[in-house]
Write a protein that binds this ligand. Sequence first.
Ligand SMILES: [Zn+2]
Length: 314
Amino acid sequence: MSVGQSIRKSIPFFTEDECAAALFAAKWSEGFRCPRCAHSRYYDVSSRGRRLFECRSCSHQTSLTAGTVFEGTRTPLTKWFTAMYLMQFGISAVLLAEWIQVTYKTAWLINHKLRHAIGERDQDRPLGGNLQLLGEYYGYEYHRYFSDKLAQGELKPQPIVIGASLDETGEVVQLKMKAVDGPEGDCVPGSGSSEGDEAMELFLQNHAANRRESDHLEVLKRSHRGRKEPHLAWLGVVRWLAWTFGGIGPKHLQAYLNEYCFRYMYGSRALPALIANVVTTRTITYRSLVGARSGIRPIRWAFRRPVRSRQQAG
Ligand SMILES: [Zn+2]
């Protein structure tokens, strides 16, 4: 049986009611709460075929999808749930579009909205405890457009910091891979350069707030001998990006790195973890995903170059 066939066979069948019940349970795990006044009782009302919850105290109407990644969607929840289920296999929008019978653009948007929820919640969970850090470069392997630019010197390999929290037995319990902006010099941790040390400090400040001074910090070398888990995870993500997407360009790279780390950490618990993420994350529009002010951007090296003014009209 091919991998495709075995995945297809394992997709659970969701009904719209089952999805709604799962969403209710994730959103209001201790029962309904009015988002305006926190009252716990509601009237079940429906408007134009949409189920609404009307607060018995303040009459505020809310829906299951309000304030979640699904807000405003016209795609049935069954398709969203199948997409969330399939995300644990890291599939492309092309394949997703075929599986849930939507256009490529809708599938692309669904995958990116889910990645947005993963990225947002990842920010709330800084690394802590004993850490291993590894600096690497993403060279746009297999992405012809960007690898040509790389060859012509118009683009430089993207430095990435991989950070792993270890438990007492040395197992990785949390993993982050973050693009660092400023590819001048050898700016990955462990390279021995001052840029490398700065990149490491910045990563620790932004992503390892739970770390105490007494926690052990090991900065790994990029050597292929004595590979540790962060090395293997990096090899894994580069292979996934190459095989599934033919490489990824710089703009959305961070979103894909976040998705990979999420899958790596949650494994078979990825679906409930993803549902918990999507109900607590406000949605993002197609426009802000593709626009210049996209939330998906690498960390700026604020101390090297002034951060460009992000003040814009509107
Ligand atoms: Zn209320």
